[in-house]
Ligand binder design. Structure first.
Ligand SMILES: [Zn+2]
Length: 431
């Protein structure tokens, strides 16, 4: 048994409960064993004591959508619409990605996410056993899927085979930090019979599904033309929603789509920055949350963002929808914070309590420097975290009770080596 006592200057337990004064958190193995205000009243014997009197503890941020090793494609194709970007820039470079590249690209993503306060992320990509190895090594929590594309018989079959073996090898592994889901890419890359096969496989393996849905207007128009249904209605008709589903984007959804998602408890990953950069549009998040949908925040891959900084998504989510609705109260700071933490954790199927600092929750904690000039003074701690804090304020990160970042120093990643390998691989990709 290992016990860490965190002594901090303030605690945001959840979007509902903020303690603006000293407090403590006891991390025992991988859960929060105790949390309280003021001094820890018990014995410190046998505990690792971490004193951070000028830091605020928040639940670790949850990135609900991304493609980790796309860090290697960062900046390789900007200012293009989704389909041109995919076919002319992304797919040709991805064809050159080796297993080695996936491993180093994922580690680079883990380094970047740990540095910016993210404790759990979602990934849909290729050679995923290498991505899982990087996750295991980094100490992060992750929800991983092997991207499935069914445009031809060979790729369709290998998608099923790879996913099946990936579930067998990595689901609930790395001390329970890794969850495996199925990852059918999208309705425009997975024909209906393939989506049906994926749905059956999800049932047989008892794992959730993550998929891109209704990302662009073109996708919706094509789906209506081909199947006479919206992508959401189409996914439902293929049986996907009979299983737990995390749908990324949902930018172009109708009221009927939202009702289908509500009736089937479909979770949503909102990726405001990626949707803006690819000119896809703005998801009707207030309508979705008002309908009762679970909506988390995500960065998407670093090729369409171009970083994995969840603080940017948090602030963007909290500001963007106000301007769309001409209503400053439509998505308040507390709700945005909940999307980045507790609702994000629910969206990616983590156990109840995850994404909060409640007793019994997973010991995933991020500390921010309260003495950063832009966090002074403190009229509202939550407001400062949502509207003023940034990745550079992150000083310490714990996942499952283990320190992955300590006083801004990564503890699990050889950052010099990762930098060297990422630059080497990127050079080969661009040749
Ligand atoms: Zn994506």
């Amino acid at each position: 048994m290992s016990q860490t006592l965190l002594e901090v200057g303030a605690i945001v337990k959840s979007a509902r409960e903020v303690w603006d004064g000293p407090g403590y958190i006891v991390l025992q193995d991988d859960v929060i064993e105790d949390i309280g205000r003021g001094e820890y009243p018990g014995s410190r014997a046998g505990m690792t004591v971490v004193k951070r009197p000028h830091r605020v503890a928040i639940p670790g941020l949850v990135n609900t959508h991304g493609h980790a090793a796309m860090t290697l494609l960062r900046g390789a194709g900007d200012d293009l619409p989704l389909m041109t970007w995919l076919t002319e820039r992304v797919f040709p470079m991805e064809a050159k990605l080796t297993e080695d590249a996936i491993y180093w690209g994922t580690l680079l993503a883990c380094w970047e996410m740990i540095r910016s306060g993210t404790t759990c992320f979602t990934d849909m990509y290729m050679s995923m056993h290498k991505a899982a190895a990087a996750v295991e090594e980094s100490g992060m929590r992750a929800v991983l899927s092997w991207g499935m594309v069914g445009l031809d018989e060979t790729s369709a079959r290998s998608g099923i085979r790879n996913s099946e073996s990936f579930v067998g090898a990595w689901h609930r592994q790395a001390g329970g930090r890794i969850t495996v889901t199925l990852g059918p890419h999208a309705p425009y890359t997975c024909p209906p019979d393939y989506l049906q096969q994926v749905a059956e496989l999800a049932g047989r393996l008892a794992v959730p599904i993550q998929i891109h849905l209704s990302e662009t207007r073109t996708e919706v128009d094509d789906c209506l033309r081909l199947y006479n249904r919206t992508p959401i209605a189409h996914a439902a008709s293929c049986g996907l929603f009979e299983h737990p589903v995390l749908a990324a984007h949902c930018v172009h959804v109708t009221d009927e789509d939202i009702e289908i998602m509500r009736a089937n408890d479909v979770h949503v990953a909102h990726n405001p920055q990626s949707n803006l950069k690819l000119a896809s549009g703005i998801a009707p998040v207030p309508s979705m949350t008002q309908a009762g949908l679970i909506v988390g925040l995500g960065t998407d891959g670093a090729a369409s963002n171009n970083n994995l900084d969840m603080f940017e998504e948090l602030r963007l989510a909290a500001t963007l929808h106000k301007a769309v609705a001409f209503d400053a109260s439509i998505l308040p700071a507390a709700q945005a914070f909940q999307m980045a933490t507790e609702d994000g954790a629910k969206a990616v199927f983590l156990p109840a309590g995850s994404g909060t600092l409640e007793k019994g929750a997973a010991a995933d904690v991020t500390l921010l420097d309260l003495r950063s000039p832009h966090l002074i003074p403190t009229h509202s701690l939550l407001s400062n975290v949502v509207y003023a804090a940034g990745a550079d304020d992150v000083t310490d990160v714990f996942v499952a009770g283990r320190a992955l970042l300590s006083n801004r120093e990564p503890q699990t990643i050889d950052t010099e080596r990762v930098e060297y390998e990422a630059r080497r691989i990127a050079q080969a990709l661009s040749q």
